[in-house]
Design a protein around this ligand. Sequence first.
Ligand code: URA
Length: 276
Amino acid sequence: MSGAEDTEEGTRTWVTRAGGTTTTTTTGKGKGKAKEKLERVDGLLSRLGYCARGDARGFLKRRVVTRRPPGEEAEATRVTTTSEKAKASEIAVDGEALDHPDGLLVVMHKPGGLVCSHDEREGANVYELLPERWRARKPTVESVGRLDKDTTGLLLFTDDGRLNHALTSPKKDVGKWYRVKTDREIPAEAVEVFASGTLTLEGESKACRPAVCEILSPLEARLELKEGKFHQVKRMFAFFGCTVVELHRESFGSLTLASVAPNAGDIATLPLDFDF
Ligand code: URA
């Protein structure tokens, strides 16, 4: 799966790929960890998706769960009671440290054809690509904003509600670059109109924030948005009579998809304090 270790420069993360496992390093701001609290082992295991709380007793029998209290000399002892209290960093399952006990921040290279929804009635969804254990975590792992079913590219997930809110807030001045293909020639004036901050989309009361647009060829452009209105890119191009036929998100602030998850379906973990 994946893991993390703190280094002087920040946090080193293990990356999980669709086609196997590889490693890379990504650094965070290197902020200190919040003080760990004591938790009941059944609560801890179910919170991190290892088992249902009611199944914790069986889990402790089936798997080797150990606790090593702090201190160089301390010996690891087997945990046999669900009510035992421990800090997450003291616990190991089958000899492996617990998986991201402080929270998850994940980047996925979203393939086309998947919806950003937990509702199975809406069809195949992006959550199906996440490891089972992450899908069982509480609080649940949620996408940071949404991409349309046909949109590909960079999609973040986290189980940290505050972080999710902070990353989607328009107050956070993070630019997201999209690559766009259209069915008809993109007029040169689109660049000026998108940059002006005066374009108000149908049904909206507020104009779009100024957006940088680079026309790459008659049917292709890159666009940087610092907000995320519903179907925003498609509606902005529709204003000029252009239908978006391909849409790909290349980056989220300083994070480029090519650097961490270059192929469709790739998944990587990031430090919670990643500096976007
Ligand atoms: N804008 C869109 O129109 N669709 C997306 O998926 C993302 C941004």
